[in-house]
Unconditional design. Structure first.
Length: 103
């Protein structure tokens, strides 16, 4: 199983580079951390994780220089198949966000 994300800045019409991303268990225990690259992508946990519920937290306040309604965005998701890849894209603006299960 692996976890990755792709963040797009909807206001600028481009990938959101340099966003700090943290992967943690539902209990808050850290699993992995990284930053989005120039293409807005970040690979986290490129190894097997136990089935369970995890959270991805994005430092959106740092990206938008604190000019945002959402200083951070946390997306919780459940892993059932420990061998599957889980891709969690985030479409972002200072005033809204959306996410979905990607491929």
């Amino acid at each position: 199983m692996s976890v990755s994300t792709h963040v797009l800045d909807a206001t600028a019409g481009r990938p959101a580079a340099g966003i700090a991303v943290r992967l943690a268990g539902l209990d808050g225990a850290p699993v992995a951390a990284g930053h989005t690259d120039a293409d807005g992508r970040c690979a986290l946990a490129p190894y097997d994780l136990e089935p369970g519920t995890y959270e991805l937290t994005f430092d959106t306040g740092g990206y938008f220089a604190e000019r945002t309604f959402y200083p951070s965005v946390t997306v919780a998701f459940t892993v059932v198949d420990g061998g599957a890849h889980h891709h969690v894209p985030l479409l972002l603006s200072p005033w809204s966000y959306t996410t979905y299960r990607g491929t």
